[in-house]
Design a protein around this ligand. Structure first.
Ligand SMILES: *Cc1c(COP(=O)(O)O)cnc(C)c1O
Length: 373
């Protein structure tokens, strides 16, 4: 028997979350963002669910190639555009839309030989200061692209730094509106947080939106609001089992560094999951990260090690169960009985965000796919 840890990717939940986004922006076309191997879920695994999107957005040419080989004929967008002139050959061959965020990408396009007019996404740096043209260079870039025979369509985009927080999108939208005013183009500004929190309320221009983390069932503004409050369902479950049970006498410790000391006699469960499976080593350094054992919520105790972590079994016993080797442990997502443990809560206990946890699912964990109904 292989180690009993397993991840499950829930395609019905992905479908559902896509429809939640569609309800928030009913007139927009939706890019399902599949970068980072679909936020750790696997591009190929999620494909059946995300083909209900209007377009698929990726970072790497290899991801775009995968999508075409899976038979996707719809739009594919390269979110950082091309990295060298040769990449444009692939854009022509596979009909990929690509972001243009710096001058060199326009130079490469100007020298690219093609009969296929490209659809480009011209990116404005409206204040995040990662990628994009500053407002004063934006119209010049637009005019250069407009004059190229290699370019067939130009859409406009920007990316928000604070759509999930108190600062919001107002200041960046002011910059965007004045930089793009009068340019005849489709607009694509919203990420998940902006789709759920700002698109309808502020009337953001949304010919297209870019749906990432909410597709994967995590609340973009956790912990302020939970995924279930947004109507989102978990798309990845990480489940394992109890490998062993230890009785601790009062004062005994568990794990490396002896960081947890039993305040009274108690039992701890040893779980087949560690940081080499993608579980965050810093989860629960202070008070313990949440875990479900037999559907009962408890917490980690002691340090997370490479292949194992340990949990307090007291709440499980209090709930009337007698824990045993082989019992189901849910690290995040949902259990077989439907009990849920939001990945956002585990992320918070580890001082990080759900994006990082899902992207870090380790290759050694076997993955099962819950197919569409
Ligand atoms: C990753 C990414 C997104 C998706 O962001 P979420 O917060 O996951 O919705 C949108 N736009 C760009 C440019 C991105 O890189």
């Amino acid at each position: 028997m292989p180690r009993p840890i397993e991840a499950t990717i829930h395609l019905p939940a992905l479908r559902h979350n896509l429809s939640v986004a569609r309800q928030a922006v009913p007139d927009a076309r939706v890019w399902a963002v599949l970068k980072a191997d679909a936020y750790g879920h696997g591009v190929q695994r999620v494909f059946d669910a995300v083909r209900a999107a209007d377009g698929l957005a990726v970072l790497d040419l290899s991801e775009a190639q995968t999508l075409r080989s899976l038979g996707w004929r719809g739009p594919v967008l390269l979110l950082e555009g091309v990295f060298e002139p040769r990449d444009l050959e692939w854009c022509s061959r596979l009909d990929l839309w690509h972001v243009v965020h710096h001058e060199a990408q326009i130079d490469w396009l100007a020298q690219h030989k093609t009969h296929q007019g490209h659809h480009v996404y011209l990116k404005l740096n409206s204040g995040m200061n990662r990628l994009g043209f500053k407002p004063d260079g934006f119209r010049t870039a637009w005019a250069r692209l407009q004059a190229l025979s290699q370019v067939d369509q130009i859409s406009l985009m920007t990316h928000f730094s604070d759509a999930d927080g108190p600062k919001g999108v107002a200041a960046q939208m002011d910059v965007y509106q004045s930089a793009t005013e009068g340019l005849p183009a489709a607009h694509c500004v919203a990420n998940s947080a902006a789709i759920l929190r700002h698109a309808a309320q502020r009337g953001l221009p949304a010919d297209w939106v870019r749906l990432g983390i909410a597709l994967y069932g995590s609340a973009p503004d956790a912990p302020a609001r939970s995924a279930s409050a947004w109507g989102l369902q978990p798309t990845m479950s990480l489940r394992s089992q109890l490998l062993a049970i230890q009785h601790l006498e009062v004062g005994e410790t568990v794990g490396y560094g002896s960081t947890f000391q039993a305040p009274s006699a108690m039992r701890v469960g040893v779980v087949a999951c560690g940081y080499a499976d993608g579980y965050p080593r810093h989860a629960g350094t202070e008070v313990g990260a949440p875990v479900l054992v037999q559907g009962v919520r408890t917490r980690t105790v002691g340090r997370v090690s490479m292949d194992m972590l340990t949990v307090d079994l007291t709440p499980v016993e209090t709930a009337g169960h007698s824990p045993a080797v082989g019992d189901e442990v849910v690290l995040w997502g949902q259990g077989r009985d439907g009990a849920q443990l939001p990945v956002d809560e585990v992320a918070q206990a580890a001082g990080t965000i759900a994006y990082e946890l899902m992207c870090a699912l380790a290759p050694r964990v076997s993955v099962r796919v819950q197919a569409l109904d």
